[in-house]
Design a protein around this ligand. Structure first.
Ligand SMILES: Cc1cc2nc3c(=O)[nH]c(=O)nc-3n(C[C@H](O)[C@H](O)[C@H](O)COP(=O)(O)O)c2cc1C
Length: 155
């Protein structure tokens, strides 16, 4: 049933104390507040990078483009070296920003809430940037692209 809600796809990145990058694919990402600027992400307590959210107090949201399905699959695969052979750089807070993403949102964790087998992390946006590319869409367990030539209607 939850799969009937169409979302974009993000890779949430964080780092350990030594600065090594970690990350996972996530669609449980929401814009929360404009003033102050807050976002939230829901992180499974069982993922490899889970401890590093608290360790660094930081995360970054990489909004994936329609050309990054492979990257989404990669960051949703357990037990692999996720950052080897991909293009990334450090943001202003040191957390990894993935090349080719349509947006980067660098956050400092300001709150956390228990959410069953997940933790809800609220991040205050410290820096953000966006490109004009098109998003990757996830719907009913599959990846999609926005249809060409469909700008939508208003009014
Ligand atoms: C489209 C998609 C969305 C996902 N959304 C989330 C999410 O919001 N939160 C989460 O904790 N895991 C989410 N996952 C699962 C993680 O990406 C997956 O468990 C990943 O392998 C965790 O990596 P790790 O344990 O190696 O760190 C999602 C996976 C996919 C494919």
């Amino acid at each position: 049933m939850m799969g009937h809600f169409a979302t974009g796809v993000t890779v949430i990145t964080t780092m350990d104390r030594s600065g090594s990058p970690f990350g996972l694919t996530a669609n449980a990402f929401t814009s929360l507040s404009l003033d102050p600027p807050l976002v939230l992400v829901c992180i499974d307590k069982g993922v490899q990078c889970y401890p590093y959210f608290e360790e660094s107090g930081l995360f970054a949201v990489n909004l994936l483009s329609e050309n990054q399905e492979e990257l989404s699959r990669r960051f949703a695969t357990k037990g692999i070296e996720k950052f080897s052979g991909i293009q990334w750089r450090r943001g202003k807070q040191g957390v990894a920003l993935l090349d080719g993403a349509i947006g980067h949102i660098e956050c400092r964790i300001v709150n956390r809430y228990d959410g069953g087998d997940h933790t809800i992390y609220v991040g205050e946006v410290a820096h953000s940037s966006a490109s004009g590319d098109r998003p990757l869409i996830f719907f009913k367990g599959k990846y999609h692209r926005l249809r060409e030539g469909n700008p939508g209607r208003s009014g």
